[in-house]
Design a protein around this ligand. Structure first.
Ligand SMILES: [Zn+2]
Length: 280
């Protein structure tokens, strides 16, 4: 699943391509569950709400994309497993998993924005901007890891009597971190993924905070990690998968101590760590 750096890369790609453009029409070929239109629009269709709207803002909250449209409307998108936005020439043929196509008014009518989703777990939802942040999936989100100060991070997690790896994945505690960046941050900080948060010293938590920020920023600079199907809006893959030290490295030697990285199911997810450097 795309995590913070991948979603941030998509947001930046969308800003470069579709910001300030006006939607001429939208063609939907998606399963009904993948599209939500707020009841406030009184049974208007997804297509009719979007028609003639100008894209005024494009922001990220955790792994969510928030596209602000004229008329105080927000298109809230979650890519889930395999959702992609692609900006393509209008002459490009429709592909099998192109679920939504956005066409733009002149002079931007030579290109289209496509939402493509092979697994079809992605969601496109329309709300009035003043109601969108109250929706489940947005309202309960924790702070942004790149915005939180070291001391606020310590306060947020230090009293938690739970294992650190599942806690880092919990979007209501802190947003945007998924399996890749949790494993990498814990490896860099030499913390075992099963360590209980409240058992870690303040110094160790500040070190972890620094590693989370450093790794997420590096990943954004490298346009994310393409470990599965992820690509940017231009179709290019990310490059940060080349810098991963723990995630997906089971059986490979630890770069610090040469012991083999192991993979273990912790919570409902696989954790990758070095059993020598990351002692419990
Ligand atoms: Zn090691």
């Amino acid at each position: 699943m795309p995590e913070l750096p991948e979603v941030e890369t998509v947001v930046r790609g969308l800003r470069k391509t579709v910001l300030d453009k006006t939607i001429a029409k939208v063609i939907v070929d998606a399963p009904p569950k993948s599209i939500v239109v707020s009841e406030s629009f009184k049974n208007k269709s997804f297509e009719s709400v979007l028609k003639n709207r100008t894209i005024e803002q494009i922001n990220r909250r955790g792994k969510n994309i928030l596209i602000g449209l004229s008329g105080d409307i927000t298109l809230w998108v979650h890519l889930k497993m395999t959702g992609h936005f692609y900006y393509k020439n209008i002459k490009t043929k429709k592909e099998k998993h192109d679920l939504i196509t956005f066409h733009f008014k002149k002079p931007d009518s030579n290109f289209k924005l496509i939402f493509n989703d092979y697994r079809r777990f992605g969601r496109n939802r329309l709300y009035y901007t003043n109601e969108v942040m109250e929706q489940k999936g947005l309202k309960e989100l924790g702070p942004e890891p790149l915005d939180i100060s070291p001391n606020d991070f310590v306060t947020l997690v230090k009293s938690k009597n739970r294992m650190i790896k599942p806690a880092l994945l919990d979007q209501s505690l802190i947003v945007g971190i998924g399996n890749i960046y949790a494993d990498e941050s814990l490896y860099a900080s030499k913390i075992h993924p099963k360590r209980i948060l409240s058992s870690l010293s303040k110094k160790k938590l500040i070190e972890l905070h620094g590693n989370i920020q450093r790794i997420l920023s590096m990943a954004i600079d490298n346009m994310g990690s393409s470990v599965d199907t992820y690509t940017g809006v231009n179709g290019e893959t990310g490059k940060f998968q080349n810098y991963l030290k723990a995630y997906g490295k089971e059986g490979k030697q630890c770069q610090r101590c040469s012991r083999k990285i192991v993979r273990e199911k912790i919570g409902s997810r696989s954790a990758h760590y070095c059993p020598k450097c990351q002692k419990i």
